[in-house]
Design a protein around this ligand. Structure first.
Ligand SMILES: Cc1cc2nc3c(=O)[nH]c(=O)nc-3n(C[C@H](O)[C@H](O)[C@H](O)COP(=O)(O)OP(=O)(O)OC[C@H]3O[C@@H](n4cnc5c(N)ncnc54)[C@H](O)[C@@H]3O)c2cc1C
Length: 270
């Protein structure tokens, strides 16, 4: 059982951050769906539920998603779904069940950067940033690669584009963790393809400074990206072997890209 010697519920992210700096062994509490599985005593629990981080703000250029917004809240957000071609809803629809998704938070999912995370994989393919109370705004790619210790994640920002996007995963049983997942999103003229649950953290295969895959790719260009996927670093765990993941990843990527390419482009003002 997870026990807190002291529990606080600060009113602002800054207050939460200051408390965390004063108590480096403190535990930040999101939806607590993952944390509750721990068996330890923490000197201090910092609950973010009253920090005003449970809203999804929309501006002409972006969605600013509070860290305490639940997976369910974002999954059901019609404007966000329309603007991102439903990629997030596709990513989380098999995450345990509705009640669970109404408690697990976007902030907890992103901050924890779990290898199997469908949330992280989907966000990596989008033009996204994370906002940290201490370090400020950081693009999603370096954040997923390196993380941030001793900080409070306050928001995830998803920039608006005329996206096409789709998410694919393989699960050994419904609602189990993904044994392999892939997200593909096209924005600013090129495809951003992420592969996760390798079982390492999701990584971006194309897009950004990686190999480009242009919007109107030829079959040979898509083949080349799928071949590239075979060269990613895969591991084995109880959900699949490295060899299995290497063999399946190209098919999953191809399916995600093809399905996304068949969708109409999102309206930027969805
Ligand atoms: C049984 C089970 C099955 C799951 N299946 C899936 C799945 O199939 N796909 C998937 O993508 N995910 C899955 N998850 C993960 C889940 O979706 C959440 O990502 C996870 O529960 C963390 O979110 P939370 O809000 O519960 O965070 P918590 O458990 O509260 O926190 C998780 C970690 O993040 C830290 N933290 C939380 N919020 C913040 C913040 N704002 N700033 C800084 N640090 C923070 C905490 O200190 C802790 O270390 C599963 C989890 C469980 C328990």
């Amino acid at each position: 059982m997870l026990t807190f010697e002291k529990y606080v519920c600060p009113a602002t992210p800054r207050e939460a951050y200051d408390l965390l700096q004063e108590n480096r062994l403190a535990t930040v509490i999101g939806g607590m769906m993952w944390l509750r599985l721990a068996d330890r005593t923490a000197p201090l629990g910092i609950d973010l539920s009253r920090c005003g981080l449970d809203e999804i703000e929309e501006t002409p250029d972006a969605f600013r998603i509070g860290a305490m917004v639940t997976l369910g809240q974002l999954e059901r957000h019609e404007r966000f779904s329309a603007a991102t071609c439903g990629i997030f809803a596709e990513a989380v629809r098999d995450v345990v069940g509705t009640q669970f998704r109404n408690l697990a938070t976007v902030g907890g999912s992103v901050y924890a950067r779990m290898g199997f995370s469908d949330v992280v994989c989907a966000l990596l393919a989008l033009d996204a940033e994370v906002e940290l109370e201490g370090a400020g705004v950081v693009p999603i790619i370096p954040f997923v690669e390196r993380g941030a210790r001793g900080d409070i994640l306050t928001h995830v920002i998803v920039r608006k584009h005329r996206y096409q996007g789709a998410f694919e995963s393989v699960r050994n049983a419904a609602t189990d963790f993904s044994a392999l997942n892939a997200a593909a999103a096209c924005w600013q003229g090129s495809w951003h393809v992420a592969v996760g649950a390798r079982p390492k953290k999701a990584a971006l295969l194309t897009g950004g400074e990686r190999t480009p895959l242009r919007r109107d790719f030829s079959p040979a260009e898509l083949d080349a990206v799928c071949e590239l996927a075979e060269g990613l670093d895969y591991g084995s765990d109880l959900r699949g072997t490295a060899e299995w993941r290497r063999a399946v990843a190209p098919a999953l990527i191809r399916r995600a890209v093809r399905r996304a390419a068949d969708k109409p482009r999102a309206d930027k003002e969805a």
